[in-house]
Design a protein around this ligand. Structure first.
Ligand code: 0O2
Length: 235
């Protein structure tokens, strides 16, 4: 049997905890298929974790912090493009070593406060290893982009080994997602050369998104306070 060695950040052990040997001359198609199986499994694991947290929230607090979840595997074309951007050759070893977002999951929340709550709950799970956090909510990108990014690994239990597999998680509000989707489409349309006045308008819209998120959060908190006061009166 051949084993795939998933590079430094994708730690591979056999089921008794022993280290596996790096692979040498494996058929590239088999390797690719095995890799995508592992990344797809990692997406399923993380997706389930978020669903469980959402269900528990519903039970305990009577509301769902997560509006919806989108998961995707990066296409081979996008992987090659990213490797080119990093000045790396398009090999499977480089893809595993340098492309952190082959498996990507986007979690859309109702309110900014939910983003931090959900991120913390996931980070505290014992099988999750947080590799990197980028908080573009506290520190938005110059484009106006806001989102909370985490790179984590999750163990995938195969028949004969455990593979710690990397997943990029982006957590954002509905409003942030709306902005990011349009901005992404505009950038794509203009191939990165967006006219200044459109760029400025996008930055202005990003400020409005932040304002909207803040006001919706305050509104929600006010309603919950009234609900709690109503319940206290009944008791
Ligand atoms: P795709 O097709 O969405 O996956 P990296 O690009 O990963 O080498 P970087 O830029 O430091 O390094 O990573 P970062 O900041 O964590 O961003 C990764 C992803 O966040 C991007 O993936 C986008 O999905 C999203 N993102 C980051 N900045 C912006 C932005 O200004 N606007 C929008 N709409 N999305 C952004 P990819 O690989 O670029 O693309």
């Amino acid at each position: 049997m051949c084993y795939i060695y998933f590079g430094a950040l994708h730690h591979t052990t056999d089921n008794s905890g022993g280290e596996m040997e790096p692979y040498s001359e494996t058929n590239q198609v088999d390797t690719w298929n095995e890799l995508t199986l592992v990344y797809r499994s990692a997406l399923k694991e993380i997706n389930t974790k978020f669903e469980i947290l959402n269900d528990e929230f519903q039970q305990v607090h009577q509301y769902n912090p997560i509006e919806h979840i989108k998961a995707r595997l990066k296409t081979p074309e996008s992987i090659v493009k990213k490797l080119k951007k990093y000045g790396k050759e398009s090999t499977i070893e480089n893809m595993v070593a340098y492309v952190n977002d082959i498996a990507g999951i986007r979690v859309i929340c109702s309110f900014t406060s939910d983003i931090y709550r959900i991120a913390e709950m996931l980070s505290n799970q014992s099988d999750i290893k947080v590799i990197e956090v980028k908080d573009y909510i506290s520190n938005p990108k110059p484009s106006g982009y806001k989102s909370y990014h985490m790179i984590v690994t999750v163990p995938i239990f195969l028949s004969d080994r455990i593979v710690d597999t990397m997943v990029e998680i982006q957590i954002r509000t509905v409003a942030m997602d709306f902005w990011a989707s349009l901005e992404h489409k505009i950038n794509y349309k203009f191939e990165g050369n967006v006219p200044d006045y459109i760029r400025d308008e996008l930055i202005a819209c990003a400020s409005m998104v932040s304002l909207l998120d803040d006001r919706m959060l305050s509104l929600n908190e006010e309603v919950r306070k009234l609900e709690a006061a109503g319940k206290n009166k009944e008791e």
